[in-house]
Design a protein around this ligand. Structure first.
Ligand code: UGC
Ligand code: NI
Length: 165
């Protein structure tokens, strides 16, 4: 029995339980550099824990997912947040879930436009990067350091994302 997932628009309010949206929000903007530059300030904060932990900046080059797509697993990073910001101005999908007694609940799928990134809060269930339509680069800010920072969960039955954007 396939469990079809709806795609929701990515809004601050809807995503709040899972993290923050990284986009040029006018409410955060301040002019710097003598007016030459608009600084969209403090959009998200990296959260890393544990002795020897560092915040690192990476690029992930994601192969596009094929649809219908089966969501068979979710993961989370107990020791650090993880942010994804698209570099190719291409829409992509954000898949997250509430925690239900140590396991992810039903995934929620959000459609992000090419100028929207997200910062998953520490220990928030999410699906690995979901590029759509073409190979896409993302700037990633997450954690490097000692300890196991990856917990995976595999569903008994897959959930299905029928079609992409
Ligand atoms: N493994 C890895 O660094 N990537 C995942 O955490 C992901 O969320 O894509
Ligand atoms: Ni991850």
């Amino acid at each position: 029995m396939s469990r079809l997932l709806e795609i929701e628009p990515l809004t601050r309010e809807a995503f709040a339980p899972f993290g923050t949206i990284i986009e040029a929000d006018p409410a955060t903007m301040r002019h710097i550099n003598g007016g030459n530059t608009e600084r969209f300030h403090g959009l998200a904060r990296a959260d890393v824990v544990g002795d020897g932990a560092n915040v690192i900046i990476n690029i992930f080059r994601g192969q596009p997912r094929s649809f219908p797509y089966s969501v068979t697993m979710m993961e989370r990073h107990p020791l650090g947040s993880q942010s994804f910001s698209p570099l190719d101005d291409r829409p992509w999908l954000v898949v997250v879930a509430d925690d239900e007694d140590g396991r992810p609940g039903t995934p929620r799928v959000f459609q992000a436009n090419g100028r929207q990134g997200v910062n998953y809060g520490r220990n928030i269930w999410h699906h690995p990067l979901m590029s759509v339509g073409a190979v896409s680069d993302f700037l990633i800010v997450d954690r490097e350091g000692p300890g196991n920072n990856l917990e995976e969960f595999f569903y008994d039955e897959p959930f299905v994302i029928d079609s992409a954007i």
